[in-house]
Design a protein around this ligand. Sequence first.
Ligand SMILES: *[C@@H]1O[C@H](CO)[C@@H](O)[C@H](O)[C@H]1NC(C)=O
Ligand SMILES: *[C@@H]1O[C@H](CO)[C@@H](O)[C@H](O)[C@H]1NC(C)=O
Ligand SMILES: *[C@@H]1O[C@H](CO)[C@@H](O)[C@H](O)[C@H]1NC(C)=O
Ligand SMILES: *[C@@H]1O[C@H](CO)[C@@H](O)[C@H](O)[C@H]1NC(C)=O
Ligand SMILES: *[C@@H]1O[C@H](CO)[C@@H](O)[C@H](O)[C@H]1NC(C)=O
Length: 520
Amino acid sequence: MSRTREKLAMDFSLFTAVFCASFPVSLAAGRPHVVFVLADDFGWNDVGYHNSEISTPNLDELSAAGVRLENYYVQPLCTPSRNQLMTGRYQIHTGMQHQIIWPCQPYCVPLAEKLLPQRMKEEGYATHMVGKWHLGMYKKDCLPTRRGFDTYFGYLTGSEDYFTHVRCTRISALNLTRCALDLRDGEEVAAGYKGDYSTELFSQRATDIIEKHNSDKPLFLYVALQAVHSPLQVPERYVAPYSFIQDPHRRLYAGMVSAMDEAVGNITRTLRQAGLWDNTILVFSTDNGGQTLSGGSNWPLRGRKWSLWEGGVRGVGFVASPLLKRPGTVCRELIHISDWLPTLVGLAGGRNVTEPLDGFNVWNAISKGFASPRLELLHNIDPLYNDIAPCPGTGRRLTLAQAASGRSRADAGFNVSIHAAIRSSNWKLLTGYPGCDVWFPRPGHNGSESGPVDPLKPVMLFDVAKDPQERNEVSASFPAVVEYLLGRLHQHQRSALPINFPDEDPRCDPGPAGAWGPWA
Ligand SMILES: *[C@@H]1O[C@H](CO)[C@@H](O)[C@H](O)[C@H]1NC(C)=O
Ligand SMILES: *[C@@H]1O[C@H](CO)[C@@H](O)[C@H](O)[C@H]1NC(C)=O
Ligand SMILES: *[C@@H]1O[C@H](CO)[C@@H](O)[C@H](O)[C@H]1NC(C)=O
Ligand SMILES: *[C@@H]1O[C@H](CO)[C@@H](O)[C@H](O)[C@H]1NC(C)=O
Ligand SMILES: *[C@@H]1O[C@H](CO)[C@@H](O)[C@H](O)[C@H]1NC(C)=O
């Protein structure tokens, strides 16, 4: 990052606007096809180009010939990342700042939000989606086919069995655990795929769409793979090369990654065979950090999925395309998952994104190596935050009481008990309990190298450019930065919508023979 930009980034007076409009640029030569592949729970240390123990030849080769995004951020959870991808807006601006959508919760991304596929459709694109939705489905208006996709094949909830496509969930109000199919073709239940491994099923559907596509029309294809979320399931042939991995969870996970890599290889091969590749932009992104409880790894980063530490939010991502102006480079500019909407709509020729967005058009940063227009990133503010699973190493979890006692400091009006984090240039500030804070050891190694760990504090500051592992807490040395960032959190919080996180509706129950889907 240039000196001028660092200076600009520190010029606090620049950050007066809560929302930042985007200025789309269009490609001179026609509109590109856009294929967006979203992996699920794919960790920082789980791609071949970060960790040679995992074999991802397709991801390695595509990204090496494209642009690897190495300062790229996602949200720490499934629904939130997908929500921001589809809306270009922070979660606080859709009322979805708390957690994921559970199968029986009656809500979805607010219907007033115009989603990415709707915008691409307005620009004349054929729009198709394959895979995991997880943006709400309690009523039909929430379904992918009602929100901009011409076709949809996939599952609506957050996870399920890779072979049976059955999702089990507890419905407390009915005092029962319901297991039911979750797979749809369009809006119809798709029976008859039992035994088909979803990574292959979904890549097969994606390649069918590509083969049938009339290339006169630009294509927008969103492939939200089930891989590599739990449960750990994969055909044996993908696991065989990993017999050297001792940990059985890690071994299965590595096999699932290889299957996903093959899926991406199949999709890109089909794009080439169909003659579309020369005019295609392929984005690959994870949705959040790896889940260490189910084989994932973010080593050497701190934390995991469901936390605001770098292990939860620093994402694997790249762009592969013959249209890139500087192929074969690494982009270290700050980029966030909310930036894809203005970026892709901009590439589609759209000049119509007039609503307030939190995302920026980052195409020139990716393609040409320009400075990113994004100088700040709100990771999240969630006053209701709760961790889902126990974090190893008890005693470090910050209690709200401890955090509240830290409020005596001048805190620019922001309640520092609240789970929140914000990034500005090299600085990252965290407040409240950020989630599981462990440096999980490198797979296959024990944690013997980790030394003593400072207790968590209600306000923590890290220079993540120099210290991406968040080991050296420096709030005491930079009080002006702390005050500024707390003030920014305060401003963001004032623009937040109330949290929407409704109670389960027992009418969600599809019964013993039904399928998960709209009930209202
Ligand atoms: C819930 O169901 C279990 C058996 O499935 C039963 O033992 C228990 O009493 C039930 N609880 C309530 C509150 O009905
Ligand atoms: C990739 O394509 C090959 C050949 O069609 C097929 O056998 C394989 O199952 C596909 N892999 C995935 C993950 O879809
Ligand atoms: C702009 O948006 C409006 C309303 O959503 C739509 O009717 C119109 O077609 C769009 N114009 C262009 C050029 O995309
Ligand atoms: C601060 O936030 C915490 C956590 O959300 C909440 O429990 C507490 O009531 C808040 N305190 C004040 C003074 O608003
Ligand atoms: C951890 O690893 C170190 C070095 O590899 C080894 O010396 C030590 O015995 C191991 N400890 C345990 C508990 O496995």
